[in-house]
Design a protein around this ligand. Structure first.
Ligand SMILES: [Zn+2]
Length: 199
């Protein structure tokens, strides 16, 4: 889906202020409130908009943030990244290719930091590690840089593969769902019905 001028404006407002009301957004962008509401629902369904979390200042909370690099055999990298992800302390995990995984972690104090590092050293697949405490944060912004014409890569709601061609759009309970092929449409509808009956 190509983002147009209106999408960019809405997403920019929300990225700056997750609490902006749909009414205020509608006024600023020059569209109706229901349009904003349905567009935001679509961004969420498409996975462009992942949530409206509060931004807490870890410095003000007296916490320690570290930049962490861990080394493993390249074949173990996915497994190590998965294990890192499971730590509550780990806030961000990045794959950069090769045998290193980079992460950012936040710890409450130095005892917590020591416990965390000792837990890491118990993971067999981790061959080496290095970390540096962050002593100052000069800039920290969400990474999405918005501009008109950006092609949002949708992932199929069923098989989760990125869809570079035009997705199949189906409406279920008044909401849009995007799928890559007729097979996924069929399977997705089955799964959707099952889930609905379960609720
Ligand atoms: Zn699919």
């Amino acid at each position: 889906m190509k983002l147009d001028n209106v999408d960019v404006k809405i997403l920019e407002i929300l990225q700056r202020d997750g609490r902006a009301s749909f009414r205020d957004i509608a006024k600023k962008v020059g569209i109706t409130t229901p349009t904003v509401s349905s567009k935001v629902a679509m961004y969420e369904q498409m996975g462009i908009l992942k949530g409206f979390g509060a931004v807490l200042d870890t410095d003000a909370l007296g916490e320690i943030s570290i930049l962490l690099s861990v080394k493993s055999k390249p074949s173990d990298v996915p497994k190590v990244a998965d294990m890192l992800k499971e730590f509550e302390e780990v806030r961000e995990v990045y794959l950069i290719g090769g045998s290193w995984v980079h992460a950012k972690a936040t710890l409450t104090d130095s005892t917590h930091l020591n416990e965390f590092i000792s837990a890491l050293t118990k993971i067999q697949e981790i061959l080496d590690y290095d970390y540096k405490a962050i002593v100052g944060t000069i800039k920290e912004e969400s990474r999405a840089v918005l501009s008109e014409g950006i092609n949002a890569v949708l992932t199929c709601f069923y098989c989760r593969k990125p869809m570079h061609d035009k997705p199949v759009k189906i409406k279920l309970d008044g909401k849009d769902h995007f799928l890559c092929c007729p097979t996924c449409v069929k399977e997705y509808k089955k799964k959707y019905e099952k889930l609905k009956k379960g609720i």
